[in-house]
Design a protein around this ligand. Structure first.
Ligand code: ADE
Ligand code: ZN
Length: 352
């Protein structure tokens, strides 16, 4: 059979993949912010989507969070959270996402008086609807805001327990400065005892990056690390992570906001060394692209060949928290998709 001919960018954008590092709270597009604000009778300073997009400007993690968090003030009803999550799932499905583990930050909403049941039910309804409409599979991963303290994190963990069936695991995000993973050791141990998987943000180029990665791996014994590419500075830690099969959920376009080289050298070095590197979008409207766009950006910047792109996509399923049979079936789907788009080697080429 003749292979389907597509260019390298289309190949990278559309290849079947899992997304493992996506903050649903960070997917609020300006157009949707306008619609939801109007529906809820909230008066905004801006009157057009372009004006709102103009405010999506920052220069580091802290200034990004200071733009992103106040945008949450428009979200109040189950329908708002349904619309937010549905909009993301539609876009992700169009960029080849077959499975997504969606981060959500309960404290951005409970701290304003929105009940846990409101947002979690909206997300859940969006997930069920999108599975039916776009064939995308999704689950939730609950993140604690590390700058809101350990007590509030533990209380949030307790509040999540009635919804355990819908939540695969827990994570740790927000401002990393002065908030090391070790502070959350007990919270994460309790989460694990409740059956949750554990991941932790170790954002790029933080103060004490390596020590935070060490704590995540050796003290919290995490299942994955979000970002974490500074680990290349410590060969011993990297070897431990590789031998344990720890996934690293990297985000090239997010990185490019603080590091002009998007950490491409580190990402590719880790990939080639055998680390379970995946590529993800983090907070797409803020960082300039959804997950397929991140694949294309990295491919173009680092000059990835198709085998490297396929390896990243395969890693995304292998480092997901899907049960083995589902993981295997997505990998089989990926291999078949690639085979349909790859010319068969001639016997002369095979002899080489
Ligand atoms: N919240 C949303 N995106 C984040 C990121 N990249 N790091 C920490 N907290 C976040
Ligand atoms: Zn993140």
């Amino acid at each position: 059979m003749q292979p389907l001919i597509i260019d390298d960018a289309t190949f990278a954008r559309e290849i079947p993949k899992a997304e493992l590092h996506l903050h649903i709270d960070g997917t609020l597009e300006p157009e949707l912010k306008l619609v939801i604000a109007e529906r809820n009778g909230i008066k905004l300073e801006q009157t057009t989507a372009d004006e709102i997009r103009e405010t999506y400007k920052f220069h580091d993690l802290e200034s990004f969070l200071n733009v992103h968090y106040p945008n949450m003030d428009v979200l109040w009803t189950e329908q708002d959270y349904f619309d937010l999550c549905s909009a993301y799932l539609r876009r992700a499905a169009a960029q080849g996402v077959r499975h997504v583990e969606i981060f959500f930050d309960p404290q951005l909403h409970t701290s304003r008086g929105v009940p846990f049941s409101t947002f979690v039910s909206g997300y859940r309804r969006a997930i069920i609807t999108a599975e039916r409409e776009f064939g995308i599979h999704a689950a939730l991963v609950m993140c604690f805001l590390r700058d809101h303290g350990v007590k509030y994190a533990m209380a949030t963990l307790m509040e999540s327990l009635p919804y355990k069936e819908w939540i695969l695991g827990v994570g740790l995000d927000s401002n990393e400065q002065d908030h090391p993973p070790i502070d959350f050791k007990d919270v994460m141990a309790r989460a694990r005892a409740e059956g949750y998987m554990v991941t932790v943000h170790c954002d790029i180029d933080q103060v004490n990056s390596i020590e935070h990665i060490r704590q995540a791996l050796m003290e919290l014994e995490v299942d994955r690390i979000d970002h974490g590419t500074n680990i290349v500075e410590d060969d011993e830690l990297l070897e431990i992570a590789i031998s344990r099969g720890i996934g690293f959920t990297t985000c090239p376009l997010s990185n490019s906001q603080v590091n002009p080289g998007m950490k491409a050298g580190e990402i590719v070095a880790m990939l080639d060394r055998g680390a379970l590197i995946s590529v993800n979008s983090d907070d797409p409207p803020y960082f300039g692209g959804y997950v397929g766009d991140n694949y294309v950006a990295l491919q173009e910047y680092a000059g990835l060949d198709r085998d490297q792109v396929v390896k990243i996509a395969r890693n995304s399923f292998l480092s997901s928290w899907l049960p083995t049979h589902l993981r295997d079936s997505y990998v089989a789907e990926l291999e078949a998709w690639v085979a349909e788009r790859t010319p068969a080697a001639t016997s002369a080429e095979e002899a080489l």
